[in-house]
Design a protein. Structure first.
Length: 301
């Protein structure tokens, strides 16, 4: 029998929590306490004995009902550490009437009490950087190799940068209208995390002479580089600046014991872009349950 506690944020031992995240193979940066503080606000958790396994609960309350949601810029959370997935989910369903959340890539939901209609898989693509650049580039698709070759006719330069606020504003200006569910507080949350923990992010930019045409703000821990925010201007796309940026990022970090985590995608064109670099799909579960009372159950189908 699994024994765990349901704790509010103020009662969580952050040292033990982060130790579990860092030590677990599926402990990604989204589950770090400080990242959740910035992106999820007043979160809670289910915690097994001595923090050997944890489950962040990013929840809220509406019309008297408690529900779980997936915060923006937190691709996957779920159960982290030595775990019994079904026990955690069973308890979460007792606590929350409604949920739309993404679990960890390693959480096996096939043996849980969830109904099949409550489970779907989402795509995430990762690239192992722990070899030299030539070996990685050998697996590039022919189309990608042609695009990189075409980009060489332009005077593109690859630069390091540190101004997270500038890149986030750049992203909001170009793509913000596409993601209305991402609120100002979420952008501020990413920025605050970067300012608080400068070792956990990096920025790379591509310039065409004096014009910024592509950029990426990536999160970083001891396991992965997370391609969390990327922008390419229309002019940059015409110069293959996005291909140039990712290729240079791979060149820079090749040989490191890291995964390049592309953070998606279920959109075919974006997925193809990532696969062209030799990235492999590492899917993760999206789960949804609806135990709301009538009539709210009907409204939230």
């Amino acid at each position: 029998m699994i024994i765990f506690r349901h704790l509010s944020r103020k009662d969580i031992d952050i040292g033990k929590w982060n130790q579990c995240i860092e030590a677990s193979a599926n402990g990604l940066i989204y589950a770090k306490a400080e990242y959740l503080d910035n992106l999820a606000g007043n979160w809670e958790a289910l915690i097994s004995e001595n923090y050997t396994a944890v489950m962040p609960l990013t929840g809220n309350r509406k019309y008297g009902a408690r529900y779980l949601y997936q915060p923006p810029f937190c691709q996957q959370l779920g159960i982290i550490g030595n775990r019994n997935v079904d026990a955690f989910l069973t308890r979460a369903k007792e606590l929350y009437s409604y949920a739309e959340i993404c679990l960890s890539f390693s959480n096996d939901v096939g043996e849980t009490s969830l109904h099949k209609k409550e489970i779907s898989l989402r795509n995430n693509f990762i690239l192992d950087l722990n070899t030299d650049y030539e070996n990685i580039a050998a697996d590039y698709s022919n189309d990608l190799k042609k695009n990189i070759l075409r980009g060489r006719q332009f005077q593109l330069t690859y630069r390091k940068a540190v101004d997270a606020e500038k890149i986030i504003s750049f992203y909001r200006d170009i793509y913000g209208e596409r993601f209305p569910y991402v609120k100002p507080r979420h952008y501020s949350g990413v920025l605050n995390f970067c300012l608080q923990f400068p070792d956990h992010y990096l920025i790379r930019e591509v310039w065409d002479n004096d014009q910024l045409v592509s950029a990426a703000l990536c999160l970083k821990d001891n396991k992965r580089i997370y391609f969390i925010i990327s922008i390419t201007t229309p002019g940059g796309r015409n110069m293959e600046a996005n291909h140039f940026l990712v290729d240079q990022l791979i060149r820079e970090f090749a040989g490191k014991k890291l995964l390049l985590d592309f953070e998606g995608s279920d959109i075919e064109g974006i997925a193809t872009f990532y696969k062209n670099f030799g990235a492999i799909c590492q899917p993760y579960p999206f789960i949804k349950w609806n135990n709301l009372r009538w009539p709210w159950r009907v409204f939230k189908k």
